[in-house]
Write a protein that binds this ligand. Structure first.
Ligand code: GLC
Ligand code: CA
Length: 557
């Protein structure tokens, strides 16, 4: 693939940044982040190399699930600004070369949505069939299917007004839409069409596996996704669907489409993300290696979205119970750090006890495994969580801009700020953008350099992965090849030096090896032996990226 292809398939080489408008920057001083605040910081994001913003839900909502409970799909929550402000944001982002995708939350609505209010009023309501009803209580216990077991025991609840049971995979105030109803499908397309018309570049599709199933009239989820994708692509050829599908590899891959690439172009790689934590906990590359090997090949136009943390709990549900216990013991031993028996409600730097070298190792993996990196706001400065906030909201604290009041997020009195910031080693006095800007060795400046290198190394987004044998279990050695160019990457997961030997696999006399993260080290070519093998000792938690290319081509600066 050429660099021109790389721009057609922009999502294969994007750097995605997820933020929630209400916690990013409060521009009018009412304690709640707003769209104008995001506009103010577009240049900050462009400056660190972000090329695509993902905005969490910002539509009107009773906010009982942080906006994932929508009452109006065509408007902006008045606390955050207006639709006019949203268009200003889009226009500003585009001017800085940044795309914008938004959450598409259509598995369910809020129970305060006018559709649900109408539906429960009468069996003859035109909206009755927008939701999934039944007369009888479920015969079997459905607790296992509940997503939030702390709050719900069943995916069916009795509605007194409707005098029927209704389906909800999430909280009972989030009734599932009946997406097998063609009218509901039309409504979903209308929503997609509306935001595309305003200029968004795609959608992060929420809760995909729950979209269908459980209803009376079963619909094949893949038929639905194919239709939505076809609609999207008719309207905007380069718009993207990024799916939240937390399933094991084989089932997961099916969501790219059966006729390759005709459903979701991007999927979050939950299996590899979970294995990464097991590998980090053990200081052993084998779990990660196994997860990468288990991933089937994906269609050319499709892509893995790589992530280490998102706004939810760090779910470890695909690990075995013993493995999960190992990760809990290493990164969240206190029961208060754990959630739903399957995850951790912490941010990465705190889990790694602030070990800068190890934090950078983790993010070097994120940036160099083939796929598109997705960052959660604040990761670039190493923000921590606030465990004093309940449940999943512990990681959704305000962005820490400065060491001033409220971390420079808002000028409102702290009691009016949307969520309390953490104190101590991860509070704004210790971790903030302003201070890190002044320090050339800060995480923020490291991210800026690494993201620049990642963007210059488009092979990592376009190429094919193979795993190399470094002769050492602590080290992940991977190669991404794209035509005549190979990117070779090494990560030492151990807290001690590791020796490695890897065959470069090409006639080394006609190829040149360049150190892509050259940080004043000895030339890498000194480490190639007579048989064309690279022999190196990696420091504890060290990471190296190299480009191997024909020697008659200009090398990367
Ligand atoms: C997704 C979101 C989560 C939300 C849920 C219900 O899993 O990531 O935050 O609560 O869907 O919409
Ligand atoms: Ca505000």
């Amino acid at each position: 693939m050429t660099r021109a292809d790389a721009s057609d398939l922009w999502w294969k080489n994007a750097i995605v940044y997820c933020l929630d408008v209400e916690t990013f920057l409060d521009w009018n001083g009412d304690g709640i982040g707003d769209l104008n605040g995001v506009v103010e910081r577009i240049d900050y994001l462009a400056g660190i190399g972000i090329s695509c913003l993902w905005l969490m839900p910002f539509q009107p909502s009773p906010n009982r699930d942080d906006g994932y409970d929508i009452v109006d799909y065509y408007a902006v929550d008045h606390r955050l600004g207006t639709l006019g402000d949203f268009v200003v944001l889009l226009r500003t982002a585009k001017d800085r070369g940044m795309r914008v995708i938004i959450d598409l939350v259509v598995n369910h609505t809020s129970d305060k949505h006018p559709w649900f209010k109408s539906a429960r009023r009468s069996p003859r309501s035109p909206h009755r069939d927008f939701y999934v009803w039944r007369d009888e209580p479920p015969k079997t216990n459905t607790k296992a299917k509940v997503v939030f077991p702390d709050a719900e025991d069943s995916i069916w609840s009795w509605d007194e007004q409707a005098r029927q049971w209704y389906l909800h995979h999430f909280y009972r105030h989030q009734p599932d839409l009946n997406v097998s109803n063609p009218t509901v499908q039309e409504e979903i397309e209308r929503i997609i069409g509306f935001w595309l018309e305003l200029g968004v570049d795609g959608f992060r599709v929420d809760a995909v596996p729950f979209l269908v199933g459980e209803s009376g009239n079963e619909l094949d989820p893949h038929v639905l996704l194919r239709e939505l994708r076809a609609f999207l692509s008719r309207r905007r050829g380069d718009a993207v669907l990024l799916g939240e599908v937390n399933l094991p590899p084989k089932e997961l891959c099916r969501y790219f489409g059966e006729h390759p690439g005709d459903e979701l172009q991007m999927l979050f790689d939950f299996p590899v993300m979970q294995a990464t934590y097991l590998s980090l906990a053990r200081g052993d590359a084998r779990p990660l290696r196994a997860a990468l090997e288990a991933a089937p090949e994906i269609p050319q136009e499709c892509q893995w979205a790589r992530f280490l943390r998102n706004h939810d709990e760090l779910t470890l549900d695909q690990l075995s119970e013993r493995e999960r216990e190992e990760v809990f013991a290493a990164f969240g031993p206190d029961p208060d750090m754990q959630l739903f028996g399957r995850g951790l409600r912490r941010r990465l730097p705190a889990m790694l006890q602030g070990d800068q070298q190890r934090i950078r190792l983790a993010y070097s993996l994120l940036l160099s495994l083939p796929g598109t990196p997705v960052l959660f706001y604040g990761e670039e400065i190493g923000m921590g969580e606030n465990l004093a906030i309940e449940g999943r909201m512990s990681v959704r604290t305000p962005m820490q801009w400065t060491a001033q009041r409220n971390g420079g997020f808002s000028s409102a009195p702290p009691s009016r700020v949307i969520r309390p910031l953490p104190e101590g080693p991860y509070g704004p006095l210790a971790v903030n953008v302003a201070d890190q800007r002044g320090d050339p060795n800060s995480l923020l400046n490291w991210f800026e350099r690494m993201i620049r290198r990642r963007r210059e190394t488009a092979e990592l987004g376009m190429g094919r992965l193979s795993l190399l044998d470094p002769g050492n279990n602590a080290v992940l050695a991977h190669r991404v090849d794209d035509g005549p160019i190979d990117i070779i990457v090494l990560h030492n997961l151990a807290n001690e030096p590791s020796e490695i030997t890897v065959g470069l696999g090409r006639g080394h006399d006609r190829y040149e090896l360049t150190d892509l993260l050259n940080m004043g080290r000895e030339p890498v070519t000194n480490h190639i032996d007579k048989r064309g093998r690279l022999r190196l000792t990696l420091d504890a938690y060290d990471y190296r990226w190299f480009r191997l290319q024909p020697s008659d081509q200009p090398t990367a600066p």
